[in-house]
Design a protein around this ligand. Sequence first.
Ligand code: SAM
Length: 227
Amino acid sequence: SDHALDYPASPAQMDWDAHYPAFAGEGKTPEFADVGCGFGGLLIALAPLFPETLMLGMEIRVQVSQYVHDRIVALRATSAPTEPAAHGPYQNVSIVRANAMKFMPNYFPKHSLSSLFFLFPDPHFKARKHKARIISPTLLAEYAYVLRPGGIVYTITDVRDLHEWMKAHLESFPLFEPVSEDALRAEGKGPILDAVYTSTEEGKKVERNQGEKWLACFRRIEVERCN
Ligand code: SAM
């Protein structure tokens, strides 16, 4: 029914210049990854705040990823240009159709990401489906690999059980330590947190339904044990 999932054999195979033509030749790779980005609200909110930071959305649904692609093309074409020296509006944001549960290390070099976002991920309520959750013991090793030391994992959900699950697994994984919202705001990450709470389509839906939002953030620790 849907297209075959195309994915790179390794990050070196990724043609980032095609994704970010205004940055072509600079050798940059994405620093922010939005996993299951849906309709792209977070990326669109963050792009103008960090114009020199490359950002990538990963979305498994064909039509949704196509929609985000078209949205970015339109924004690049119609937004007022930024100052002459800059790369131009929304040039720093792109999307791939990808199964992020299988192929994260195929896209991102080791320690290349500074921020990894899991915003309102699908909850998979049934216990037998817990392995299908986007945060699981197996996947955390991959996330720790692509995140640079000091990098941040942002999670938010309106499903309390899923919040507790993600928190518990991240807390017990040796390469992540919890970091409070206040601490992140004190480091200047307030605009990122505001976008995490309110910029996505799912986040807005939760607001309309007056649902609660559960945030949990973690830092990729600096020290790596060698034994
Ligand atoms: N983060 C967005 C937001 O806050 O509006 C979308 C939230 S939506 C509930 C979850 C999204 O994750 C869906 O668009 C779904 O297609 C996508 N998704 C689920 N599993 C995925 C996977 N393995 N890889 C990439 N995307 C996935």
